[in-house]
Ligand binder design. Structure first.
Ligand code: F1P
Length: 334
């Protein structure tokens, strides 16, 4: 519910982000993101953004795998650490290693945390404290910071303008939350679910699946839609829920054909797409429709909200506590 305020406040960091961009511009030829959990999914969106807007080769590493793969860092590499808490042990360990060779940037929500003290540059997300253990408004705020950084580095002024409308799009989604509440009843007894998307929508699918696992304890897989046919399609049969993330954009047709593939195997399809998408409406069992000005490029900032709401309502309907999922700490310090 606090997403739009968190986003507006994070967008206000633009001038500070610009100062960092001015310092690193022209000095880097490679970007490496490092993070865990939800922050890792924000990083995956960052890779698509930096490669498409700026053209700098970008990799994304899990902090827990960093030591096995980060051999080629040098002084022309910018290593970006994303962490809500700024205290995640694996992320901090990787930050210390990266500091030895490279420029480091931390995108962090908690003020004064260890990551903010150790990185060369810091972008402070302005989500405020997050009560729930699973990251929601801090996730969208991390994305806003990444969008600001990438759009400023790539001098994409149009995208910078479009970001200002995101809080309104999210308010529109929140006003329709009862639709998601209604759909969530179907998931009460489910054991498995799939989330699929392509390109910018692939990390949305991963994060939607993670949220469902974290707070509703339903086994959920996020998949790149085109990868389904390389194995997991075998698991799709009657009534298995498949959430299809399908914003307007160049891959719309391709995702539509993936939707038809799962539908043909009897899946129960929830389509998350644009108002007026008649193909989607007629092919899906349920739909949640979002302002059609939200295209695939800015979809990660908006389309995740109905998926967060879905996990929340499924958790409540299963009589769980969505704020305190079992076995999950807000900050993983070991
Ligand atoms: C990473 C993270 C969160 C998750 C949970 C456990 O934290 O995996 O994404 O929701 O809180 O830790 P951080 O490095 O972003 O603080």
């Amino acid at each position: 519910n606090e997403q739009s305020t968190a986003i507006k406040n994070t967008l206000n960091e633009k001038d500070k982000v610009k100062e960092i961009v001015d310092e690193v511009k022209g000095t880097i030829n490679r970007v490496v993101f490092v993070a865990c959990g939800t922050s890792y999914h924000a990083s995956l969106t960052g890779k698509y953004l930096i490669e498409s807007l700026v053209g700098i080769p970008t990799e994304v590493l899990l902090a827990s795998e960093f030591k096995y793969s980060a051999k080629a860092l040098n002084d022309k590499t910018l290593v970006i650490f994303i962490s809500q808490s700024g205290e995640t042990a694996d992320t901090l360990k990787a930050l210390d290693v990266a500091n030895e060779t490279s420029k480091t940037l931390a995108i962090v929500n908690v003020r004064g945390s260890s990551a903010t003290r150790r990185a060369d540059y810091v972008i402070q997300t302005q989500a405020g404290p997050e009560i729930g253990v699973a990251a929601t408004k801090t996730y969208v705020s991390q994305l806003v910071a990444i969008y600001l950084f990438s759009a400023l580095l790539g001098e994409d002024h149009e995208l910078l303008k479009r970001l200002e409308k995101v809080p309104d799009y999210i308010e529109e989604v929140l006003q329709k939350r009862d639709e998601i509440k209604e759909i969530s009843k179907k998931y009460k007894r489910d054991k498995d679910a799939f989330f699929i998307g392509r390109g910018f929508s692939y990390p949305i699918a991963l994060e939607g699946a993670l949220k469902l696992k974290e707070i509703s304890y339903i086994h959920a897989e996020g998949y790149a839609a085109g990868e389904l046919k390389h194995g997991p399609i075998a698991l799709i049969d009657r009534n298995i829920p498949v959430v299809v993330v399908i914003p307007p954009g160049q891959d719309h047709k391709k995702i539509m054909s993936n939707l038809q593939e799962v539908k043909a195997r009897g899946a129960d399809v929830l389509g998350i797409g644009a108002v007026g998408d008649e193909d989607l409406i007629s092919e899906s069992d349920d739909t949640f429709l979002i302002n059609c000005d939200v295209d695939d490029i800015i979809a990660p900032l908006v389309y995740i909200v109905p998926l967060q709401l879905l996990s929340y309502h499924v958790s409540v309907i299963r009589e769980l506590d969505p704020d305190k999922p079992k076995n999950l700490a807000k900050c993983v310090t070991v």
